[in-house]
Write a protein that binds this ligand. Structure first.
Ligand code: NAP
Length: 165
């Protein structure tokens, strides 16, 4: 199993505010869908509850929560990250899709980071990507996009692979 992290972050590392994403970037949503469809998405309970239509279609949806009685349609629930990862052991690609504490816990195990660097800084944010040193990672791909009529902020899709030790 390859463990990947996928996240859209602002220049100050912010990823969310009051349970929502900071920016509406349809191009990033499309990129997220292309990368994750057919694979497993692993997320914290709050990120799951932030999804507008519940479980993401055409993906195995894995949610971690400490609530022992938590259920929702079309998801699998686990009560720790190791337990969730063990259940996904046979899956080729697993994408950790947030939020902050799940990114932080999964970070040292991840092989690739798919980061959308949004070239903007929000005035308000309450959730941040964990501080990380990208020198430990090789930039494999980078694609810059200017703002346009549908995507208000400029952004860069980047893919980093962990350096071999
Ligand atoms: N920009 C992006 O790419 C991106 C991606 C994802 C999310 N977001 C944003 O981030 C915010 C949500 O993220 P968040 O950090 O607040 O919450 P979160 O990580 O999505 O969810 C936190 C919850 O997950 C459960 N959890 C976390 N670690 C666990 C563990 N080790 N074992 C068992 N359960 C665990 C707990 O649920 P219980 O409380 O139920 O026990 C915890 O309260 C929203 O604003 C969302 O829009 C942004």
């Amino acid at each position: 199993m390859n463990l990947n992290i996928i996240c859209a972050l602002a220049e100050n590392g912010a990823i969310g505010w009051q349970g929502k994403l900071l920016y509406y970037l349809p191009a990033d949503l499309k990129h997220f869908k292309q990368l994750t469809t057919g694979h497993t998405v692993l997320m914290g309970r709050k990120t799951f509850e932030s999804l507008p239509k519940g479980a993401l279609p055409n993906r195995r949806n894995v949610v971690v929560t400490r609530q022992t009685d938590y259920t929702a349609p079309d998801i699998e629930v686990f009560h720790s990250l190791p337990e969730a990862l063990e259940a996904c052991g046979g899956d080729a690609e697993v994408f950790v899709i947030g939020g902050a504490s799940v990114y932080a816990e999964a970070f040292q195990l991840a092989r690739r980071l798919y980061l959308t660097h949004i070239h903007a800084t929000p005035t308000q944010a309450d959730t941040f990507f964990p501080a990380c040193d990208l020198n430990d990672w090789v930039l494999e791909e980078e694609e810059h996009h200017a703002a346009d009529e549908r995507n208000e902020q400029p952004f860069t899709f980047a893919c980093y692979r962990r350096k071999e030790v």
